[in-house]
Design a protein around this ligand. Structure first.
Ligand code: FES
Length: 346
């Protein structure tokens, strides 16, 4: 099937235009999905997608970028945005986008106008506020852009039932994200031994672990041995967050901070530099929504999202120079080496 005019026009839009439209739309996205939208766009970067689609040695490039986990958006068309509040409107949104893609006959495509059209028709069909579907509309258009209309239309387009915190109203979700774990009756006496929590999937009330004041998120995750994390994701060797080096050297532990970014330590020089090397886009601010879990320290309860993959591609894709760091020496890295060695022997 050849591309529709809509797809061709969408594919021709440069990354900087996507970035610009995303930045302009942000204030019109309901607060409940503002960070979530930025996180989704960081998890599925168009520049990496374009590079890999154009590659004549995909296997070699994936190896070169040390990509682990599932980076392919085409495999998760209906689920990559499950962490967004607007995910519940996905069936309506998907139908709106497909209808618009098939009916499109303009001379050229104005991304901002297309976002508005899709937002209007989705909000009307779902009988909801336009601000609640604006973030997921951007996500839907980018998903079509990366997967093509044929793949996009093939999946059943259903959304998962809202569970956990996400069952509540948008305002209640925002309030829940801002709350810290109760410190008990004498909590006001606590100082450095204050305990907080990290929620790593808002649709599951059990998906949380405790963390001590100023502890790195990855360290808190490692202490939670309540499940076999490797069964959930084979990149996990000591907790729900995949880690290898624990020293900002490997890029394995990136997370999106959907709530409470302001309660994490400021990004320090090493983390900032390495995020660029890895290719993980983030705003140049002290408390961005994409962080390295082995560097970001919690000073309150936070809610995070775990990306389904990790890699190191900043140099090739964005021209960022590599930074020489000491080799990883942590127990986690050694364990990883042992596991990898066992795998190659089998
Ligand atoms: S575990 Fe390697 S960068 Fe965080």
């Amino acid at each position: 099937m050849s591309k529709t005019k809509f797809e061709s026009e969408l594919n021709a839009i440069e990354e900087k235009v996507w970035d610009q439209v995303l930045a302009e739309e942000l204030s019109d996205i309901h607060e409940v999905d503002r960070s979530a939208t930025l996180i989704w766009f960081a998890f599925f970067p168009i520049a990496l997608h374009r590079y890999l689609v154009g590659s004549d040695n995909l296997e070699g490039d994936l190896l070169g970028f040390a990509i682990k986990g599932n980076y392919r958006l085409a495999d998760q068309i209906d689920s990559s945005h499950r962490f967004m509040y607007g995910h519940r409107y996905w069936p309506h949104l998907k139908r709106s986008i497909i209808a618009r893609a098939n009916a499109f006959d303009d001379d050229d495509l104005d991304l901002k106008k297309e976002v508005d059209l899709v937002v209007q028709s989705t909000a009307a069909a779902a009988n909801t506020d336009q601000a609640l579907v604006r973030g997921i509309a951007l996500v839907g258009l980018m998903t079509l852009n990366q997967t093509g209309l044929k793949e996009f239309a093939k999946t059943n387009g259903e959304s998962a039932k809202a569970e956990g915190v996400l069952k509540a109203s948008p305002e209640s979700v925002i309030t829940a994200r801002s709350k810290d774990k109760k410190q008990g009756l004498l909590g006001f006496l606590r100082t450095i031994d204050k305990e907080f929590s990290v929620q790593w999937d808002e649709s599951d009330p059990r998906a949380r672990f405790d963390i001590i004041f100023d502890e790195e998120i990855a360290s808190g995750a490692a202490r939670d041995q309540s499940r076999d994390w490797r069964k959930r994701d084979e990149r996990c060797i000591e907790g729900v967050i995949p880690v290898e080096c624990r020293s900002a050297a490997c890029g394995t532990c990136w997370v999106g901070v959907i709530g409470g970014a302001e309660k994490l330590s400021d990004v320090e020089r090493l983390e900032r530099k390495q995020m660029k090397v890895f290719g993980y886009k983030q705003d140049d601010i002290a408390k961005p929504v994409v962080r390295l879990a082995c560097q970001a320290r919690a000073q309150g309860s936070v809610s995070i999202v775990l990306p389904p993959w990790n890699g190191v591609f900043g140099k090739k894709i964005y021209g960022v120079e590599e930074v020489r760091l000491k080799p990883a020496t942590s127990a986690a890295a050694k364990l990883r080496e042992t596991i990898d060695a066992m795998g190659s022997e089998n």
